[in-house]
Design a binder for this molecule. Structure first.
Ligand SMILES: [Ca+2]
Ligand SMILES: [Ca+2]
Length: 189
């Protein structure tokens, strides 16, 4: 290798110039600036969808089991996964149970089996909704399905999920027991 070849090889291995590094840095900053908020939005959209899906799944389960068991089935807010909360809304979590004695409360005889013949049966319990999502509703303290799959008229209404962006989704339960999902134009406080 002569001197000229050695210089060419040296130059080709000298790495990046300061200007090239600056440009790369600026491009990286722009990409991160764009990517982080959109990633954060995707995460929050998913949390909102998960909360709505969880409630939708529980309401469908309640309706289906009411018909299948030919029995009243109730959803109520619950913070402990085993009894209806005396106060507070749906964001603390909820339970779904068949209500054999029709008293709108989950009653177990106190043994380790929460689902025996002749007593109420715990069908599902859901933990508190996290992710800075607040849940408000006009449903009252519970949702109740009759054995025909109809929702009790005193427990129909809307349930709204709002996150810290004031982005919201709304479920409307109508008397036939069906649910309607509103994705756009939901006003959040
Ligand atoms: Ca009961
Ligand atoms: Ca029991």
């Amino acid at each position: 290798m002569n001197t000229q070849q050695a210089q060419i090889r040296f130059h080709s291995w000298r790495g990046f110039t300061l200007v090239e590094l600056m440009i790369a840095l600026v491009v990286a900053v722009i990409l991160v600036t764009i990517a982080i908020p959109s990633f954060s939005n995707i995460v929050k959209d998913n949390r909102l969808a998960a909360a709505v899906n969880a409630m939708t799944g529980s309401i469908h389960l309640a309706r289906m089991e009411a018909v299948r068991k030919n029995m009243r089935v109730v959803l109520c807010p619950s913070s402990n996964g085993s009894s209806c909360a005396a106060s507070g809304g749906w964001s603390q979590g909820w339970i779904v149970f068949s209500d054999a004695d029709k008293n709108n409360s989950f009653n177990d005889d106190g043994d380790s089996d929460p689902c025996e013949n002749g007593e109420d049966c715990l069908l599902r319990s859901h933990d508190a909704i996290g992710g800075n999502i607040t849940v408000s509703s006009t449903l009252g303290g519970r949702i109740q399905f009759s054995p025909t799959g109809m929702a009790d008229s005193s427990t129909t209404g809307k349930i709204k999920f709002c996150d810290d962006r004031k982005e919201g989704r709304e479920l409307e339960l109508i008397a036939s027991g069906r649910l309607r999902l509103v994705k756009n134009g939901v006003s959040c406080p």
